[in-house]
Design a protein around this ligand. Structure first.
Ligand SMILES: Cc1ncc(C[n+]2csc(CCOP(=O)(O)OP(=O)(O)O)c2C)c(N)n1
Length: 328
């Protein structure tokens, strides 16, 4: 990675980290309500992968998707307004934290259901293949998704039909309070992907250089062969699963140990050692990010709630459907 790319990665990871910290604060002030799943600790995965994509590539993720949405180009204003449940949010305030979405940015969610993005990624990839658009589809999910039946059906079809999907498993070791070791017989996730005759690789998800190198190789393979590729990113979330998690399933010492591998601090240290990053540049970055986030929060707070007469817009079944009411 050249200096400007390292700088971009650092900026993106810090933007994501700060946005998430602001979200946590706004949650305690009840500006953001409902579920909120923070990505803190895992930033190198989204930053490393998404920075290698083209604007026309598709991304689909999970409910822990603020980072992916931001880095795929949804503005912090539209994300923050969505988290506030306001009309100017990227999903018009109807989705909230777990349902960020933007066709324009080719970001297809955000979804509350574990593994739901996996079969959807096949549809996106099949469409682009049929239309000869040469888009890649990148699907992010947690290791918990690999326990779902639909994950295995999707891996089989993706491999059989040669669909150009990059499967990015963010293995943070826990699916809510259940550790991988306690729930799966085969904990080698790369081996589990290879069962489907699919190329697969393991990545140090706390190391941006490893993320970039292995993702590059995977994307080159997808471009060359038009076949899927599976990457397991070994990573860790520093925060609880969501804002309502007493964290009884892991010890403080384990969390502290992983924090010493913080991907942002690691990159900063490396860049400073190479004399390509100064404290002044870091302060500049902070100033820019703080300004962006302050602006996003003001924007979100001044955005309106949807008017109640619009409640039936964009839903499949009208609420006041005569036949439906009679049927009841
Ligand atoms: C089909 C389904 N089953 C259960 C849940 C409840 N649930 C929400 S998050 C979660 C854990 C998923 O963990 P993982 O896929 O590893 O992602 P992470 O939260 O670690 O990012 C579960 C079981 C759900 N949302 N959907």
């Amino acid at each position: 990675m050249d200096t400007s790319m390292q700088m971009k990665m650092l900026m993106d990871m810090r933007r994501v980290r700060k946005m998430e910290e602001v979200c946590a604060e706004l949650y305690t002030k009840e500006k953001i309500r409902g579920f909120l799943h923070l990505y803190i600790g895992q930033e190198a995965v989204a930053a490393g992968v998404i920075n290698l994509l083209n604007a026309k590539d598709n991304v689909i993720a999970t409910y822990r998707e603020h980072a992916h949405a931001l880095l795929k180009g949804i503005s912090s204003r539209a994300i923050m307004a969505e988290l506030f449940g306001r009309i100017d949010g990227c999903s018009k305030g109807r989705g909230g934290s777990m349902h960020l979405y933007s066709v324009e940015n080719r970001f297809f969610g955000g979804g509350a259901i574990v593994a739901s993005g996996v079969p959807q990624s096949l549809g996106l990839a099949m469409a682009s293949k049929r239309l000869k658009e040469r888009r890649r589809t990148v699907c992010f999910f947690g290791e918990g998704a690999m326990a779902e039946g639909v994950f295995h059906e999707s891996m089989n079809i993706a491999s059989l039909w040669h669909l150009p999907v990059l499967f990015c498993c963010e293995n943070n070791l826990y699916a809510m309070g259940t550790s991988l070791m306690r729930s799966q017989s085969q904990t080698d996730l790369v081996k589990r992907a290879q069962v489907y005759v699919m190329e697969a690789n393991r990545v140090d998800g706390m190391n941006i250089f490893d993320v970039v190198e292995k993702t590059k190789q995977a994307l080159e393979y997808i471009d060359r062969e038009s076949k899927p590729f599976f990457l397991e990113f070994q990573t860790y979330r520093f925060r609880p699963h969501s804002m309502y998690d007493p964290e009884k399933y892991r010890g403080k010492a384990e969390v502290e140990k992983w924090k010493t591998r913080c991907p942002i601090e690691a990159l900063e240290k490396k860049m400073k050692e190479q004399n390509i990053l100064s404290d002044e540049q870091l302060r500049d970055m902070d100033r820019q990010i703080d300004q962006e986030l302050r602006d996003a929060v003001i924007f979100a707070d001044s955005s309106a709630l949807e008017i109640s007469s619009d409640l039936e817009k964009d839903v499949f079944a009208p609420m006041k459907d005569q036949a439906y009411e009679t049927h009841l």
